[in-house]
Each structure stands twice: as structure tokens, then as C-alpha cells.
Design a protein around this ligand. Sequence first.
Ligand code: SAM
Length: 335
Amino acid sequence: MSEQPALIDPFGRHVTYLRVSVTDRCDFRCVYCMAEDMTFLPKKDLLSLEELDRVCTAFIDKGVRKIRLTGGEPLVRKGIMTLVESLGRHLRSGALEELTLTTNGSQLAKHAAELAAHGVRRINVSVDTLDGEKFRRITRWGELPKVKDGIRAAQAAGLRIKINAVALKGVNDGEIPEMIRWAHGEGMDLTLIETMPMGDIDGDRTEQYLPLSVLRAGLMEQFTLEDIPYKTGGPARYVRVRETGGRLGFITPLSHNFCESCNRVRLTCTGTLYMCLGQEDAADLRAPLRASEGNALLDAAISEAISRKPKGHDFVIDRRRNKPAVARHMSVTGG
Ligand code: SAM
């Protein structure tokens, strides 16, 4: 391990978690995430897999203990398993505590065993509905049976799974009890997420936004929700559902701001570092990365970026301000 000083931001928060969007491309077009006709970044602007490894390693040397690969869809990036394999060395050395990913599950059946072999222990799979027709409407291009096959393959490979579902008013809110029973019945945690105003989409977000406080109140009519101190290093607050015995998480960026304990930064596939999901300020790591073979410039750029980490986001969804809070889509920064 290196002698580099730890990454501590101006508010005393320790940055120990790096999320890496390895591609902005995706084989789904979820209605709340992307427009159907998206313009993706030119391939020449992408960091190579070797460069991604170099940046991740520089962060690990500065005390990052958890890395999550995301996107876009991380499993559609060509050669992605090479990166997973190479980052696996930091798990074996003990420098990294956890390497994980967030996926839509479409390619999981193909990759699950290899992910497990390289040291991945748990993954998040995004599933917003258990109704195949609705699944296609939400994802525009996705097929639910394929995702379920992926989940089965991941379980067979020994990966623990958390299902992420975005709560969409009038779309899947009525189905959440069924999703709780399904996820918990399969031994998976379920986390509900509020829609965040990121990037232009074809529809109107005020129509989709459902405060989780409202959803939670509805769930309490049929379930007993017991607050538990369980933490995964993320912003979810968990309850145990007494009737199923499973864990249910709530991620509430809008109705409850969770920035005080933020421990993370986000790297895009072009080497831009966002210090906050909900702010525009960013640092370019690609130029210092490519400027020399040594890491001195890169290390300095990372430290400088962390010294600018903002206190928090100020997402608002309301009718007066019918514009995204940040212009980039979630697929760029990595959800
Ligand atoms: N393709 C992968 C997946 O589907 O999980 C990883 C990237 S995706 C951007 C990560 C997560 O962000 C997904 O669970 C997705 O539902 C969520 N997401 C995308 N746009 C969002 C938004 N505007 N508000 C809240 N969650 C969003």
C-alpha cells in the first residue's frame, strides 16, 4: 500500500468509495434515464481499460476501499472482464475491500461466473417491474426473462444480489408489495429509489416523481417495517420487513438529503471526475493521466478535485422548474 495521504474533503468527509461509469452506452433506454434517441460519447474519447485500471489504482493508493463499476451498462463495454480481473488483484492484496457492479442484468447470465471468479461478491441489479410488458415499456428495449436468467446465473455463481427499483408514480407503485415478496423470497434485498432530475428525457419528470415517504406509508398498511442500522456504504436507509424477514432500502435524494455522510466520487468513462452526483463541477483526470507515465500529475489532480467536493446537491422536482437539475444523464455519471 502507498504512503499517499487519505482523501478528506473540506467538510471532513473521507472519500473511500469510487463509482466508475465504464461506458455511457446501454442496451436499454429506461424512460426516466435516457431519451430513446441518445447521442453517445465518441469512442475515441473513452479511457482505455488500462487507463481505467490506472485511475482506479491511483484512488486505491489514496485509500479508496470500495469500487463500483456502473454505466451506461457496464457489461456492454467490450472487454470489461479484463478490467474486473485486473482490479481483482487489489482484492487479493487486501487494498480494496469490495469490487462490485450495478447492472441491468441483460448480460449477466454470460458473465456471472467470471465476476465471482475475479472476487466480486455482491452486485446490484436494476428491476423496476415484474410485469414483462411493463418492463418493456419502462426499458423500451429490455426483456425481463433474460434479466431473470441473469439473476439466477448470478445466484448460482454465489453472488449476493440487491434489486434496485426506481419508484415511478402510476407505473410500478402498485406493484411494490409483490416486488418485496419476490425479492425477499429469492433471498435478495430490495432498494427503492426516488427519480432524480438528471438529463433531458422524452417525458415529464414531475409526472413520474413519487416521494418514498408516501410509498412507505402505503406499505405500512400491509407490512411491519422495522428500522435497522444496516449499511452497505451507500445512501440507503434500511428496514426489516417482519412478514418476509428481508431487507428493504430507501434512497431518497429528494425527500431526504443524505449528503452529510457522502463518501463517494464518480468517474466517467472519459476520465471526468464528478465530486457530487447533483452538481456540475468536475475535474478532468484524463489530461494528467495521459500527460506522463508516472502518477504524480494524476495524484495531484485527484487531491485537488477532492478539495473542491461540494457540501451537497440540491435536487428539486417541481412544476415551476421543469428542467433537469443537472444536464447530464445518469448514464454519464453512473447511477
Ligand atoms: N445499466 C445499469 C443498471 O441498469 O443498473 C447501471 C447504470 S443505471 C444509470 C444505474 C441505476 O440508476 C439504475 O438502477 C437506474 O434505474 C437508476 N437511474 C437512472 N436514471 C435515474 C434517475 N433519473 N433517477 C433515479 N434513478 C435513476
